[in-house]
Write a protein that binds this ligand. Structure first.
Ligand code: EPS
Length: 404
C-alpha cells in the first residue's frame, strides 16, 4: 500500500513530503517534479505569492541515479517567502511582538481552526489550512504519475468554467459520448489547455473569463469554477464492488474532495443522472470487431466501483477564493464587534491550479489501486504481473462464456 504525508506551513521554512510504497527502478527526475510544480503555479488571477515562489522539489532520499530504490522518498520544497516571515513564524522563542489576527475570514478555516485547536491567533490556523500545502501534494503525486506512465496511463485536465462562463462546445459531452480519436491520450487535454492563461480550449471563453477576473479584482472579489480531470489507459478491474472502502469512485471522490476549496465532485455524468431515464443514462455494451466495448462513457470509466477500461472522467467544483480584498461581514474575536473581515494577500482565481492538483490526486488514487492489484517490489515485477493479466484478460472471458 502506498502512502504519503505532507508537512509545512505556508510561510514556514519549507514544505516536505514523504512518499512510501513504490517499487524500485522507476525513473524519477527532479525536472519532472518541477515541471508539474510549475504548472500548479500558473494561471491568470494568481496573487503576489506566486511571483515570489518558484517551487522546486529537492529529492532528499529514496532515489539514486534517477531511479527509485523502493525506500521512502522524501522531498523538500523551500518557501522563498520564509525570509520575510522568520520572526513571525519561528519555531524558536518569540523575540518580538507579533500582531495577532483576530478577525476570521468567512469561507476559510479561520474560525473553525481557532475554535478546534484552542488558539488565540488565527495565524496558527491560516498557515496549515492554506492551499500552499498542495505544492507538496503535487510533488508526492508526481511520483505516482510517473509510475503510471510506465503502464501507458495518462492524466490530463482542463478548466470547464470560471464564474459561470462556459465554452461554446461541450467537451465533457464529447468525452461522455466516447467521441474520441482511437489513440486519445488524456495528457493531450493538458497540453492544449495549458496554452491558455485560464486553462480553457476556446479563445473567446478565455477572453470572457479574463474580463470577469479583472472585474472581480476591481471589486476586491474572487471567483471559482469547474474543472475536468481525465485518465486514459486505465486497465479494467481497478477497485472492487465487494466492500465500501474498495470502490475506485469512492477513493477518487475522496482524493478530489480533499483539495482545498473543492465543494463538489462528479464521476461521469454525475448529478445529471438523477434527472433522466435509465435508457439514456447507462452505457450500452456493444461488439467492436471481436471485442466488447461501450457505445458511450457516461459512467466516467467506473461501474460498480471498478474501472471499465474506458477513460476515467471526473469533474470538480472549486468555490471562490475565501480571502476577499473587499471584505464581507465577520466578528472580531478580540472585541466581539461585528465588522467586515480583514484583508490578506491572496489569489483572485485559482481553478487552473486546482485542475493540476486534481490531476495529481487522481494519479495517486489510481496508483494506489493499481499497486494493490498488481503489487511488485521492482518496476519489472509489477510490469510482469500487469502484462500477464492483460494478456490473459480477453482469453479468460471467452473461455468462461464459451463464444463471447
Ligand atoms: C498558495 C499560497 C498562498 C496563497 C494561496 C495559495 O500564499 P500567501 O498566503 O502567502 O499568499 O496565495 O492560498 C490561498 C488561496 C488560501 O486561501 O489559502 C499556493 O502556493 O498555492
Amino acid at each position: 500500500m502506498i502512502r504519503f504525508l505532507t508537512a509545512g506551513e505556508s510561510h514556514g521554512k519549507a514544505l516536505t513530503t514523504i512518499v512510501e510504497g513504490f517499487p524500485s527502478n522507476i525513473e524519477i527526475k527532479e525536472e519532472y517534479l518541477n515541471f508539474h510544480l510549475k504548472r500548479r503555479q500558473m494561471g491568470y488571477g494568481r496573487g503576489l505569492r506566486m511571483k515570489i515562489e518558484t517551487d522546486t522539489a529537492e529529492i532528499l532520499s529514496g532515489v539514486r541515479f534517477q531511479k527509485t530504490l523502493g525506500s521512502p522518498i522524501s522531498m523538500l520544497i523551500r518557501n522563498s517567502d520564509w525570509e520575510n516571515w522568520t520572526e513571525k513564524m519561528t519555531s524558536g522563542e518569540k523575540t518580538s511582538e507579533v500582531e495577532k489576527i483576530t478577525l476570521p475570514r468567512p469561507g476559510h478555516a479561520d474560525l473553525v481552526g481557532v475554535t478546534k485547536y484552542n488558539f488565540d491567533d488565527i495565524r496558527n490556523s491560516i498557515e496549515r489550512s492554506s492551499a500552499r500545502e498542495t505544492a507538496a501534494r503535487v510533488a508526492a503525486c508526481s511520483i505516482a504519475r510517473r509510475f503510471l506512465e510506465e503502464f501507458g496511463i495518462s492524466i490530463g485536465s482542463f478548466v470547464e468554467s470560471v464564474g459561470g462562463i462556459y465554452p461554446n462546445e461541450n467537451y465533457l459531452q464529447k468525452l461522455f459520448n466516447n467521441e474520441l480519436p482511437e489513440n486519445f491520450n488524456a495528457w493531450d487535454l493538458s497540453l492544449e489547455s495549458d496554452k491558455s492563461e485560464v486553462k480553457v480550449f476556446e479563445k473567446e471563453q478565455e477572453e470572457l473569463i479574463i474580463e470577469k477576473i479583472k472585474e472581480a479584482k476591481k471589486k476586491g472579489d474572487t471567483l471559482g469554477g469547474n474543472f475536468v480531470v481525465v485518465a486514459t489507459g486505465v486497465p479494467v478491474g481497478l477497485g472492487s464492488f465487494v466492500h465500501y472502502d474498495r470502490k475506485l469512485d469512492a477513493e477518487i471522490a475522496h482524493s478530489i474532495m480533499s483539495i482545498n476549496a473543492v465543494k463538489a465532485v462528479e464521476v461521469g455524468t454525475g448529478f445529471k443522472v438523477a434527472d433522466i431515464f435509465g435508457s439514456v443514462s447507462h452505457d450500452e455494451i456493444i461488439k467492436k470487431g471481436e471485442n466488447i466495448t461501450r457505445k458511450t462513457n457516461r459512467a466516467g470509466g467506473i461501474e460498480g466501483g471498478v474501472s471499465t477500461g474506458l477513460p476515467i472522467i471526473v469533474r470538480g467544483a472549486m468555490k471562490p477564493i475565501a480571502t476577499l480584498m473587499s471584505p464581507i461581514e465577520s466578528v472580531d474575536l478580540a472585541t466581539m464587534e461585528q465588522i467586515t473581515s480583514r484583508r490578506e494577500r491572496s489569489d483572485f482565481m485559482a481553478v487552473p491550479a486546482c485542475a493540476v492538483i486534481a490531476e495529481s490526486m487522481l494519479a495517486w488514487s489510481l496508483a494506489k489501486y493499481f499497486l494493490e492489484k498488481f503489487g511488485g517490489d521492482s518496476l519489472e515485477e509489477t510490469k510482469d504481473n500487469f502484462n500477464l493479466y492483460q494478456d490473459k484478460l480477453s482469453g479468460r472471458l471467452r473461455k468462461n462464456f464459451g463464444k463471447v
